[in-house]
Design a protein around this ligand. Structure first.
Ligand SMILES: Nc1ncnc2c1ncn2[C@@H]1O[C@H](COP(=O)(O)OP(=O)(O)OC[C@H]2O[C@@H]([n+]3cccc(C(=O)O)c3)[C@H](O)[C@@H]2O)[C@@H](O)[C@H]1O
Ligand SMILES: Nc1ncnc2c1ncn2[C@@H]1O[C@H](COP(=O)(O)OP(=O)(O)OP(=O)(O)O)[C@@H](O)[C@H]1O
Ligand SMILES: NC(=O)CC[C@H](N)C(=O)O
Length: 542
């Protein structure tokens, strides 16, 4: 049997758009001779629809969307995901449409409730798992988490139930998984291994169709695949782009070479590009404004924006003060030229002097923290003025290391609609610069080689306030992503006072992060919905 894998980028809540997209891909599948086309989890609503699921009218519209798709299923099977009301409960369902009717239904059994997932807030788990008969084949249809039941992939087995095992025992000849599995660095290999192991363990082929695109902070890579009954990935779709492919199920019975691609820095870059594009476009924006300091963070943010939106849709604004070096001003100009984006210069000296004259005792600068921060705030205001008047969304430039340490100014450089690098550690920011420069120099070399500085007071360097980024990032990863205790981090070879100081500063800066714009998640634990810390508390995570 020929099965089509339709890896689509739905818009959350745009049922009309999503339905049309399903129809377009179904038509494509039909004209190429496929008998079944498989879409990602919650295809109709987009994932995650969050509290839209509490709205009955929304669920009515979902049911109307399913009705609208039925005629297209007359001579092809369409396997879609949709929320489904049943006897007063809500289920996360996979629906098989065929012959103009809903001919099969399987609800999701394992309802994730950890990290960024919050599905127990909405969905009831399936009571039973069966096979769906389709043209003489018994399909074991599963929804995302249903296939993630292996203790090797979690610290401990989370579920007693193994939906795939049950379906195989009931005769499933092929496992189909509808997924919305968000990307984080390293996840792709983990997924290939997990799918391979499940296929080999049960001796069945697997067709895995994942959502692609950015929905708020979550970035979905797609990378849908087919896995043979021996456990090798024999087909892999594009990452970070809509894609479409066919598989002849006979291939799943054969031994093939492994097509699981190897993750490198390009995955993070593509994740940021699709995340920025989708966040802006899905919110009705097509242009962005970035403050260009000549530093590495604003340079990478502008490069991602130019790739995501097109250079004509990005405004780079240089806002020099008395502390800005000529080198940094030149770097900002050169970067804008290399990217082909609009470049503006708005000096902040007069505005800064106005603050000093009105607010300082005798109208002279004191060169203190208030004056450092007011420069960042003037810049934030200028960018928001441009946003209000001309319509671009302001992109914040802070990276994960700075956000962790609170090394940023509230209502200053934290202004904006989206924080593009908020989950990218500083050392990875440098790797991105090298990646962007892989064919020609786009990020000026001096931006990469000069020591990082906020240039808010004379001679200021990041390393006056922060440890070297290689050490800082390693400790932050252990503390934030791996949730290690201070003793555990010290046992990795770091100085105790340094580790304690970093951990205290991370804890103290929670109030800033909860006022920050949403950031794009590329690591296994980002600030935001996957890390819910109290702000006012007196527990130190030792
Ligand atoms: N728990 C809490 N809950 C709610 N609000 C709280 C709070 N604790 C303090 N606050 C408030 O926050 C204020 C302090 O925060 P804020 O005004 O932001 O200022 P603050 O964190 O004191 O200073 C900003 C730091 O970031 C550095 N910086 C700024 C800009 C860019 C970069 C860069 O390299 O990219 C670095 C700058 O050099 C300085 O060291 C307090 O005055 C208080 O009003
Ligand atoms: N002179 C400036 N002109 C325009 N924007 C600025 C200027 N200085 C700072 N900004 C904005 O504020 C942000 C934070 O400033 P900062 O200089 O600390 O970061 P950066 O230069 O991007 O990175 P780093 O200093 O770590 O290399 C910048 O990314 C930029 O968006
Ligand atoms: N939507 C889901 O069920 C996602 C959970 C799954 N473990 C994943 O991250 O891939």
């Amino acid at each position: 049997m020929y099965i089509a894998l339709a890896q689509i980028n739905p818009v959350v809540g745009d049922l009309h758009y999503n339905t049309e997209k399903i129809l377009t891909y179904t038509e494509k599948a039909k004209s190429a001779g496929a008998e079944l086309v498989v879409f990602p989890e919650l295809t109709l609503t987009g994932y995650p629809p969050r509290d839209l699921l509490f709205c009955n009218k929304f669920l009515d519209a979902v049911e109307a969307g399913v009705e609208k798709l039925l005629p297209a299923s007359r001579d092809i099977g369409i396997l879609i995901g949709a929320p489904c009301r049943d006897a007063g409960k809500l289920y996360n369902a996979a629906l098989l449409l065929h012959g103009g009717k809903v001919t099969g239904k399987q609800y999701k059994s394992l309802i994730p409730f950890y990290d960024v997932f919050d599905e127990q807030r909405y969905f009831t788990p399936a009571r039973e798992r069966n096979c769906i008969d389709f043209k003489g084949i018994k399909l074991g249809v599963t929804v995302c988490e249903d296939i993630w039941n292996d203790k090797d992939y979690w610290n401990q087995r989370r579920y007693d139930l193994d939906p795939v095992e049950e379906q195989v025992q009931k005769g499933a000849q092929l496992i189909v998984n509808l997924s919305a599995s968000p990307y984080s660095y390293g996840k792709h290999r983990l997924r290939c291994d997990m799918l391979g192991k499940a296929a080999a363990k049960h001796g069945v082929g697997i067709i895995y169709v994942n959502q692609v695109g950015g929905n708020d902070h979550l970035l979905f890579d797609g990378s849908s695949c087919a896995v043979t009954r021996n456990g090798t990935v024999c087909l892999q779709l594009e990452n970070f782009a809509e894609d479409f492919a066919f598989i002849d199920t006979r291939t799943l019975q054969e031994k093939t070479s492994d097509s699981c691609s190897v993750e490198d820095i390009s995955w993070i870059y593509k994740a940021l590009v699709i995340g920025t594009r989708d966040y802006l476009h899905k919110n009705g924006f097509h242009r962005a404004a970035v403050g260009l300091s000549g530093g590495i963070d604003s340079s990478i943010t502008a490069a991602v924006a130019a790739d995501a939106l097109g250079p004509d849709n990005v405004i780079g604004v240089s806002m020099p003060s008395r502390y800005s070096s000529q080198g940094s001003k030149n770097d900002a100009r050169d970067l804008a030229r290399n990217l082909g984006i609009e470049y503006r210069v708005v000096p902040i000296e007069n505005m800064f002097n106005a603050y000093v004259q009105v607010l300082n005792p005798d109208g002279t600068p004191l060169v203190d923290l208030a004056e450092e921060n007011v420069q960042a705030r003037i810049r934030g205001n200028i960018l928001m003025y441009i946003s209000n008047r001309e319509g671009p969304m302001v992109l914040a430039t802070g990276n994960k290391s700075e956000m962790a340490m609170g090394y940023s100014t509230l209502y200053g450089d934290m202004s904006g609609g989206l924080a593009v690098l908020a989950d990218v550690p500083k050392v990875i920011v440098y790797e991105l610069a090298e990646y962007i420069n892989r064919e020609r120099e786009i990020i000026p070399r001096s931006v990469i080689t000069k020591p990082p500085s906020a240039e808010l007071r004379p001679g200021q360097k990041d390393e006056d306030s922060l440890p070297p980024y290689e050490i800082l990032d390693a400790i932050l990863k252990a503390y934030i992503e791996e949730i290690k205790s201070i003793d555990e981090i010290v046992s990795l070879g770091y100085d105790r006072d340094l580790v304690v100081d970093i951990a205290r500063r991370v804890d103290r800066a929670e109030y800033k992060r909860q006022q920050a714009p949403p950031g794009l998640r590329v690591t296994s634990r980002a600030f935001g919905p996957g890390r819910r810390m109290p702000i006012a508390h007196r527990w130190h995570l030792e």
